[in-house]
Design a protein. Sequence first.
Length: 617
Amino acid sequence: MAAAGSEFYLEGLVLLGGALVAAPIFKRIGLGTVLGYLAAGIVIGPLLRLITDGEEILHFAELGVVMLLFLIGLELKPKRLWKMRRDIFGMGSAQVVITGGVLSVLAYYVAGQNFSASVIIGMGLALSSTAFALQLLGESGDLNTAYGQKSFSILLLQDIAIVPLLALIPILAPFSSGEDSSVLTSALIAVGAIAALLVAGRYLLNPLFSLIASTGAHEAMIAAALFVVLGAATLMGVAGMSMALGAFLAGVMLAESRYRHELEADIEPFRGILLGLFFMAVGLSLDLRVLVDNIWLILLCVPLLMLVKAMVLYGLTRLFGSSHNDSIRIAALLPQGGEFGFVLFSAAVGARIFAQDTASILVAIVTLSMALTPILSSLSKRLMREAPDEEMEEDFEGAGADVLIIGFSRFAQIAAQVLMAGGTDVTIIDHSAERIRAAGRFGFRIYFGDGTRKDVLLAAGIQRAKVVAVTTQKKEITDRVVDLIQNEFPDTKLYVRAYDRAHTLALRAKGVTYEIRETLESGLVFGRKTLEALGSSESWAIEVEDMIRKLDEERLALQAAEGIYAGAEKVLTRPVVPEPLIKPKDKKNRPDTPEGEGPSARKHKSKGSHEELSGQA
């Protein structure tokens, strides 16, 4: 008993050590933690033979997949799905069906697999790696781009597709194993189990969590979350369906629950550890002899898989409106096999749809395709075209309002919300087609046009506007717009976004009605909040903020009159007490003034640094 327990602890120690070493290394070199876990499993199992019972660990580690499906279900709010419905259910479904169909045909006619095995192989290889692709998108900062969002839609559908694919395995299993069990009976049992789960979720889950939450016992909430996940999974397993399907349905039922975020936080650590263990167990289960014996088959299948998936992805994304460059990016991002393929192949082996040797070959194909994806993604840039700025038709029907905003970047988006919330109509023009479409999804109506052209300003209703807000990002463009408006429409009230201090002075020299540096107020608020975090009272921090704002304005006036280096004594480089702005009774709420730090000392000490600060602040 003690020996068995010691062996269990030793295996756990070895697995954790392998994860600690491999995952960070593979993450650092850009191959992702999934490949790191797989590599650790291969080294620990087939190479060093430190652990030999990979199959038993794999069955336990499948709980990680169950919890992953639960978390995916938690994220699938109906409103979110509805907004992305065309890309998710249209393009995503077409990708899985078409790619899976082509690969299934190849498995059946070329590889000589039977019908059931061909379907599982084709569909399993059609799935891409969500973890891998999202990591690449995150590292490149492209997740919120057009191609990033389309890629995410495809991946989301693939995550959803694993549920019916896992549910398909018990249906296909009798055909490959020769059993005489009734498919109709199995289907009726499954429908009954799903109905029971939906009823329980509708009437029991939220009251259960509400009752537990009222007790304040956090550990009981964690236990309840695990109970719901495992209970739903077990119910589906007893009904002969995928345990992951039960967890997924439980997650969907709780997606609108007010306890969703707490459940997600409670389950996430278990999911991460067990899913990592699952990938390591896949590596442990690989038969290197099979891989060596079939090395040429594997090396042939990897490029074939990536080519088929890339061609289907390119064609579908073009059909659904993506540009050539975006389609190339998506095709180069998602041609690999995915972690859900491991799940599907493992379940197929358990159902005796195909042998473990076949699963080992498939896992090797998926693993190599994942490893090659970063290289393919880099090479794909050579296939892209140098695309000119996209143009849209200039249509100003319905334009004309009290405020005309020129340029709709992040600065203008905030200002426009204030105006519209205050009941003011605004007309917005911008020269970026992509920005116009993006803003349209959030309810803004923007007109395509170049604010440096007089005819565009007339069409946008500048003669009707009481205020024109110039909020373009580049100061060169801002100056051109300001000059045009002052020359052609001299009576216009101009409110202008300034780039920096020097730009502010230049705009004041032009005589604009109002200007503000794009970072001034946010920097002041940031500093005030930091003071409060350090223990200052709110009133004291506000007074300091007001003092800095006042000194800044005084210095701007001096600089406008005497030059950029005037007013150096207004630059504050050390913590000070704003004595002119506060009453003596509030002195207890502020830090003590260091000796020798009176106004005259501050004036003297600030002279050495004003040149550095005056140009950019």
